[in-house]
Design a protein around this ligand. Structure first.
Ligand code: C2E
Ligand code: CA
Ligand code: CA
Length: 600
């Protein structure tokens, strides 16, 4: 831009040179040459392909270049003497121009995008700069503006944006746009104290249509659904296609009163249901389609966009499960439960890293009152919540798969403990039982993991028993038998936990290399009051005997229960009558009895 300041100065100077004013010294030849050269450069630059307009200090146009006349459609005569206000489009408010002039006043220039107008009335986007020119005395002499037509760049930009943020088929926003908008919507409702609603819409039986009538017909339906959805929403709402036959709608600015907000969302939901249930015309054929809709409200909770989408998705599945063509709100109670589960999973991961799990040991006693073993039962030594029972975290560990690394830690602790107990002491027939979850057992390398742990900890595998459950054993019988047999050759034994509550077929059970059946505590509890349970307990003992298996009863709390079990022929017991599960320290007292005793 300095060039134009020079140009202007030079113009002024050359005019002065032609008609020297009083008191001014005519220019010397060398300087003249320099000015001529600069003038030529300036004139060439002035005819560059950027449109240029030069005004005087009063913003009255003095000159425009060819690029300007070509893009704007005006002739030089039409614009000289006017102000640039003449080409203003209606696209910017007065505050836009005020800001522009303020910037020029403060910084000497403004640059940015602006929409301007051609002579034929058409508007077009330009990259615009406005620079003030000051004379040597610091007073503004001119303003110079340059503008480049950026219609093409804008179009390309728009195309790229469309590719990135829009679904090519329906022209609705895609997942990326949705996530972005949802993020904004959640932030805004959180800030304003209002509510929003997220609708997850899935077409019923869309796959069937696609498979039977072909993808083009499927696409036709999707297009019409998109149009209908867009038509029944307010301008400020977002409608997006997640992919396939899944659409999402975001409503914002709903009432701070949750009940009111839900009422409004319900109305919108009914509208969507109605419009999407109206028959479609697909290639000349009438077609009926219905949606299943899941809705989740958002407002002051601290959810992530992913969580919110999952809740809406869950609600949609509920709508599908209860007969399709319907609308379901996500139940906040369920939301809380899910959130709690997710939190639990996260803290389980941390707990695994920090080795917060400990084992308690519950004695197992024979008919002669001798200690024959113990069951290792896991507890979580939670830094804030104290000692947590397995019921509080095993189900979540199972569901998330964390039970696999957890199981390995448990096995490691149990084997380490077993080895420590056996040091300098004859453990006799004492056996430590460890619970193994189905997921852990079905790991491909389960056998190797167990053997590696035994080797690493130097525990005696003949003193290790694994407790399995029936459902686990029947999952994949052949694989199960192979794994059990392999471990057995190393001395590891197996007990079938919670026996009696499953429905195992005896022919399967006979094939499994088991050592012991463990009568479930539910029978033991009622063995004295419920004739049925007493019969089952008797039957289990008889069954074990015919199959050549040992049997143990768990949950034995009273002497009467023990006596009854003994009467049935059950010679091993575990339960509060003999001892609660306890840390390894107190358990040492029990172990003292076995020292040197060949307990059975
Ligand atoms: P389970 O394997 O059936 O374990 C027996 C449960 O009964 C234990 O509960 C034990 O404390 C309790 N119990 C023992 N004697 C009595 C009694 O006389 N009366 C009553 N009412 N209860 C008694 P716990 O420790 O809460 O364990 C619950 C379940 O958690 C276990 O049931 C087992 O399925 C699971 N679990 C425990 N430790 C582990 C583990 O290390 N790994 C895996 N995968 N699961 C485990
Ligand atoms: Ca058990
Ligand atoms: Ca059990």
């Amino acid at each position: 831009m300095m060039l134009f300041a020079d140009l202007d100065e030079s113009l002024a100077n050359s005019q002065r040179h032609a008609k020297p004013r009083a008191g001014r010294v005519p220019l010397r030849t060398a300087e003249r040459k320099r000015i001529d050269r600069e003038l030529r450069i300036a004139a060439t630059a002035f005819e560059a392909h950027e449109g240029m307009v030069i005004t005087d200090a009063n913003k009255v146009i003095l000159r425009v270049n060819r690029a300007f006349t070509e893009t704007s459609g005006y002739t030089v005569e039409e614009v000289v003497g006017k102000t640039p206000r003449f080409f203003r489009s209606d696209c910017h408010g007065p505050e836009f121009y005020e800001a522009l002039w303020r910037a020029v006043e403060q910084k000497g220039y403004w640059r940015g995008e602006m929409v301007t107008r051609r002579k034929n009335g058409e508007t077009y986007p330009v990259w615009y700069t406005m620079t003030e020119v000051r004379g040597n005395n610091g007073i503004i002499t001119n303003y110079v503006t340059t503008s480049t037509d950026i219609t093409r760049q804008k179009k390309a930009e728009k195309e790229i944006l469309e590719l990135v943020f829009y679904d090519p088929l329906t022209k609705l926003g895609n997942r990326r746009l949705l996530m972005d908008r949802l993020q904004q919507a959640m932030a805004a409702t959180f800030r304003d104290g209002g509510h929003g609603a997220l609708f997850f819409i899935d077409l019923d039986n869309f796959k069937t249509l696609n498979d039977t009538a072909g993808h083009e017909v499927g696409d036709m339906l999707l297009l019409q659904v998109a149009d209908r959805l867009a038509a029944c929403m307010r301008l400020e709402d977002t409608v997006a296609r997640l992919g396939g036959d899944e659409f999402v709608v975001i409503l914002t600015g709903l009432s701070p009163q949750l009940a009111e907000a839900i009422h409004f969302a319900k109305q919108v939901g009914s509208r969507i249901l109605h419009t999407l249930n109206t028959p479609y015309e697909l290639g000349g054929q009438a077609h009926l389609s219905s949606p299943s809709i899941g809705v989740v409200m958002f407002g002051q909770e601290n959810n992530t966009v992913h969580e919110l989408l999952r809740y809406a998705d869950l609600a949609m599945y509920q709508a599908k499960a209860s007969g399709r063509n319907g609308l379901r709100f996500f139940d906040p109670a369920m939301q809380i439960a899910i959130k709690a589960r997710a939190d639990l999973e996260a803290s389980l991961r941390i707990a695994l890293k920090r080795h917060e799990f400990v084992l308690h040991y519950q004695p197992q006693i024979n008919a002669w009152g001798q200690l024959i073993g113990a069951e290792a039962l896991v507890r979580w030594q939670h830094p804030q919540r104290g000692l947590l029972p397995p019921g509080d975290f095993i189900p979540q560990a199972e569901e998330s798969g964390l039970v696999v690394p957890l199981g390995l830690q448990i096995l490691e602790i149990a084997c380490t403990q077993l080895e420590a107990w056996s040091r300098g002491r004859n453990l006799g027939d004492f056996i430590l039982s460890v619970n193994v979850s189905a997921r852990q057992f079905h790991q491909r390398d389960f056998v190797e993991q167990v053997l590696a742990t035994v080797v690493r900890t130097r525990a005696d595998p003949r003193k290790l028993k694994l407790e399995l459950t029936e459902s686990l054993l029947l999952d994949n019988v052949e694989e199960t038998i192979t794994k059990m047999t392999e471990l057995r050759t190393h001395g590891v034994s197996f007990a079938l936990d919670d026996f009696g509550i499953g429905y195992s077929s005896l022919s399967y059970l006979k094939r499994l290399p088991l050592d012991q059946l463990k009568i479930d505590q539910s029978f033991v509890r009622t063995v004295l009051v419920d004739g049925n349970d007493a019969a089952i307990a008797r039957m289990i003992v008889a069954l074990a005997q015919t199959m050549g298996l040992k049997v143990i009863a768990e949950g034995v709390e009273t002497q009467a229960q023990r006596d009854f079990l003994l009467d049935c022929g059950c010679l091993a017991y575990q339960g509060y009558l003999f001892g609660h599960p306890m840390p390894s320290g107190p358990f040492e007292e029990f172990l003292k009895q076995v020292d040197g005793v060949g307990a059975r």
